[in-house]
Design a protein around this ligand. Structure first.
Ligand code: C2E
Ligand code: CA
Ligand code: CA
Length: 863
């Protein structure tokens, strides 16, 4: 801070006196010893003259200065005559330091020798301190400007960029010199129109400051949600000089705020899940218009379901429904599969989209970025996807990432909330063990079903099912095995029931099934089906188990009109069933119960009768009207049960049909009728043919033609010896074998006869499709012949149809002479009925035949 020069100063005394007042002055000997000092000097350093006279100059200097090489030269140079000036630190008497701006001037004698050194000093400590403070402030300011993350921009009076700080460079990517002189608006919000810009400035100047939240774009297209604070600075004349603008990146906070606030609010208002999620999508699309957002759910089976995609065509979303996630299933299916984000930049070429690009490309989507939505266990329960029509801007990646972060969290919140709601519903209304409705849901569903039944005037059955000896299973195999058994039973029940049926678990091993549109018979069928199903062995805890259930049935409306009554009565019926042993069922009402029990007993008895050959055939003669000769006999099944007595075929044939015995019964009847015919013939009796009744089910069997041929052959009978009677409901039969079997039987030369003709279909066209050669006029027409003209007209018409199709028409059920006369007059060729003979046991028929031969012989008709 000091410098030497060779200028010497000539000072007048007056000047010196003036100086003496304002400056600190000291005189040193050429060796540096202090000779004199003025008052200012003494005050400045805090000494009295006595204290310091004779002290060396170095006494006042800080140690560091004295020890410096510069100081070593200081006095020698002064002695040589070089003056010195500079700013120097001095130590006061109290040890504190002060700063002096000092000039050292050598004073020469006449010989040019230095005799004295004059020091003139000014205390500049205060000034220096001020400067130091100032500099520190500047340093701080530049720190503020450059080290802070706030981007600072100063524009000039022409609204051109004059200065940007380092933070601005970091945020937006421009160097200061790159953009100096440009319009800030054109740079940062390029799509803003003139009008809006003008309004912006006007508002800012008027208010003197302005704060906004804007989405601003940087050099590479990166975007920020920024808080923009602008302060215009005017001079004293009110002219705009500069505008200082600060930008703070508030993207994260803002996204959270914009999304979270609205989304949470809509959740709090209990809006449906899809509405909440659509809100998220729309908000995303508002914040980043280049994005089309879509949210999919992944269900437990790993299938995708569209939840929200308000800007995608609904057709597109529909096609994604049910798509299974996997390693190559577009962006979303793959993201869910991998449980990580999947970014496909080129849908057209990426193998992940190979199977799906035809969906997305027509909509113009080029890329798709999908992120899994995770539940609290970290499993992917959905996906959140951004579709882009333009190539994705890499600089926007961070912005998009922040959007994804904000949304994925909200989506998972919304989805988890929905899931837990469903769980709560499930817990409230479903039995946790079996997944079946619990008592309260069952009750509600039953109420509905009963209301429907009442409206439609229908019956409804309530089944109370209680597993037999469930406690034993629990006790011997343990509770987990018991639970498994119950789950198993529930699964079996669910499989067996129709969609409209309702099944539920009341408690323990008690189940309830409600069957709408169901009468007593159907209820009994359902019970038997369920009981059969439960009987099938299952493996529980490595043990083969076959269980049974006791079932009680109550019927609406006969047993009760409300759920409680019906349940209670079904329960009572179940107790009754239990008392008769395992695997039984009981109806609540005694009458219905009796019917159902009888039916069950009868069914078992019939099965046994068939097995043990306890059925028999009776034969009813058919008479040729014109000659009185035997045309043939119809075989009719008879069953006499040791307990039940004679059971009418009108009862046991339908029963056989329902319990699947009728085909077997048909085979038996065929064999038995043929055997009987050949036996009669062997005894010399003339029986031209035997007619056997067959149910449609018999024709399902493609083996029937061969079986008939074998039977005929083994009894030495010709095909013409056999007639098969079918009913019109064979036309309702949809089994593909039926027609084929009929054709084959016909082709063998066996006659087919259409039974009960006139009672079924009005369409006669089927007569051309079915190869029948005989019609049997239903006996209801015959019964009315005498009194009802319409019946006569009908019988006449049917005969006409038969004749025109070259079919033999047999009138059955003839009981009186007058019926016989009418039919004979109309021209009926064949008659059958009690008038001639009831169905007869084989021996009785033989006897009947022999007696007729005698009568005929007596009357002379034979021959
Ligand atoms: P269907 O084939 O129409 O048999 C004629 C029914 O009329 C027989 O009743 C017969 O006993 C009765 N009948 C005969 N003459 C008269 C009469 O003059 N007056 C009245 N009122 N009835 C008469 P059934 O034997 O009780 O048989 C009832 C139905 O059971 C049969 O009607 C047939 O559809 C079916 N059926 C009988 N046996 C068999 C069989 O072996 N297989 C099949 N699939 N069905 C059979
Ligand atoms: Ca018949
Ligand atoms: Ca008939």
């Amino acid at each position: 801070m000091t410098s030497h020069d060779n200028r010497s100063i000539e000072l007048s005394l007056a000047q010196l006196a003036a100086l003496d007042r304002v400056m600190s002055i000291a005189e040193f000997a050429p060796d540096g010893t202090l000779l004199r000092a003025n008052q200012n000097y003494l005050v400045l350093l805090g000494y009295s003259l006595e204290d310091i006279r004779g002290r060396h100059h170095s006494f006042f200097c800080p140690r560091t200065l004295v020890e410096s090489p510069a100081y070593e030269l200081f006095w020698p140079r002064l002695r040589e005559g070089s003056g010195s000036s500079g700013i120097q630190e001095r130590v006061r008497s109290d040890g504190s330091s002060c700063w002096l701006e000092a000039t050292y001037t050598p004073v020469f004698d006449g010989n040019g020798e230095v005799v004295q050194v004059l020091k003139l000093a000014t205390d500049i400590s205060a000034r220096l301190e001020q400067e130091r403070v100032q500099q520190e402030r500047l340093r701080m300011l530049s720190l503020v400007a450059d080290a802070s993350d706030t981007a600072v921009m100063i524009s000039d009076s022409q609204r051109r960029i004059a200065y940007t700080n380092a933070g601005f460079g970091r945020m937006f990517g421009w160097r200061g010199d790159e953009i100096k002189g440009q319009s800030p608006m054109a740079l940062l919000v390029p799509d803003r129109d003139e009008q809006t810009i003008a309004e912006y400035y006007a508002e800012m100047y008027a208010a003197g400051a302005m704060q906004r939240e804007e989405i601003v774009t940087g050099k590479h297209g990166q975007r920020y949600w920024a808080k923009v604070v602008s302060n215009p600075i005017f001079d004293s004349a009110g002219q705009l000089q500069h505008t200082v603008t600060l930008f703070t990146d508030i993207t994260q906070a803002k996204m959270h705020e914009a999304l979270q606030h609205r989304v949470l609010e809509s959740m709090a208002r209990e809006q449906p899940l899809t509405e909440v999620l659509e809100l998220i999508c729309l908000e995303v699309e508002r914040i980043a218009p280049e994005i089309t957002a879509s949210i999919l759910k992944v269900d437990e089976e790993g299938q995708l379901h569209s939840l929200a995609a308000p800007s995608l065509p609904s057709d597109y979303s529909r096609q994604l429904n049910g798509v299974r996630i996997g390693p190559m299933v577009g962006s979303c299916g793959t993201a869910a599969w991998r449980n990580e984000s999947v970014l496909v930049d080129d849908i057209a070429s990426d193998p992940l989209w190979a199977g799906y690009q035809d969906l997305a490309r027509p909509l113009g989507f080029r890329s798709c970025w999908s992120t899994p939505i995770r539940n609290s266990q970290g499993e992917a329960i959905g996906t959140f996807a951004f579709y882009f029509r333009q190539p994705r801007n890499v600089a926007s990646a961070l912005f998009h990432q922040r959007l994804v972060d904000a949304c994925a969290h909200l989506c998972s919140l919304a989805l988890e909330r929905e899931n837990s709601r469903q769980r709560i519903r499930q817990l409230a209304y479903y039995d946790a063990l079996t997944g079946l409705p619990n008592r309260s849901l069952l009750q509600a569903k039953a109420d509905q079903a009963i209301a429907t039944a009442a409206r439609n005037n229908e019956q409804l059955a309530v089944l109370f099912i209680d597993l037999d000896r469930f406690k034993q299973v629990n006790d011997s195999l343990g509770h987990p095995a018991g639970d498994e058994l119950l789950r198993n039973v529930a699964a079996k029940m669910r499989r067996e029931l129709r969609g409209s049926d309702i099944a539920g678990r009341l408690s323990g091993d008690e189940f309830v099934v409600i069957l709408p549109q169901c009468d007593g018979d159907h209820a009994a069928d359902a019970v038997e089906r369920i009981q059969t199903l439960l009987c099938q062995p299952m493996t529980i805890a490595n043990t083969n188990l076959s269980i049974s259930a006791s079932v009680g049935v109550a019927m609406y409306p006969s047993d009760g009109c409300d759920v409680e009554t019906l349940l209670h009565r079904a329960d009572m019926a179940m107790y009754q069933a239990k008392s008769s042993g395992r695997g039984c069922f009981s109806f609540f009402s005694s009458e219905m119960n009796k019917l159902a029990q009888e039916r069950l007993a009868l069914e078992n008895a019939l099965r046994e009768a068939l097995q043990k050959g306890q059925l028999r055939l009776h034969y009813q003669p058919q008479i040729e009207m014109s000659t009185g000769r035997l045309y043939g006999v119809e075989a009719l099944a008879r069953w006499t049960h040791p307990q039940f007595g004679d059971v009418s075929p009108a009862r046991f044939i339908p029963l056989a049909e329902e319990c699947g015995l009728v085909a077997e019964l048909g085979r038996w009847a065929l064999r038995e009728a043929c055997r009987q015919l050949s036996e009669w013939r062997a005894r010399g009796l003339v029986v031209p043919a035997v007619a056997v009744n067959l149910s449609p089910t018999s024709f399902h069997n493609l083996d029937l033609p061969r079986m008939i041929a074998d039977t005929l052959r083994s009894h030495h009978l010709a095909p013409a010896d056999l007639t098969l009677e079918l009913t019109e409901n064979i036309l309702l039969d949809t089994n593909p074998s039926t027609m084929k079997t009929i054709e084959e039987v016909h082709a063998q030369g066996i006659r087919l006869s259409m039974d009960d003709f006139g009672t079924g279909y009005s369409s006669l066209s089927y007569l051309r499709r079915l190869p029948v050669s005989e019609l049997k006029l239903d006996r209801s027409f015959v019964a009315d012949l005498e009194h009802d003209e319409a019946a006569r007209a009908l019988s006449n018409a049917i005969l006409g149809i038969g004749k025109s199709l070259h079919l033999t028409v047999v009138a059955e059920g003839i009981e009186t002479d007058s019926q016989s006369v009418w039919l004979q007059e109309q021209g009926y060729p064949v008659a059958q009925g009690y008038l001639f003979s009831p169905p007869l046991a084989p021996d009785a028929l033989a006897q009947w035949l022999e007696e007729r031969v005698v009568i005929e012989e007596e009357a002379g008709v034979v021959g």
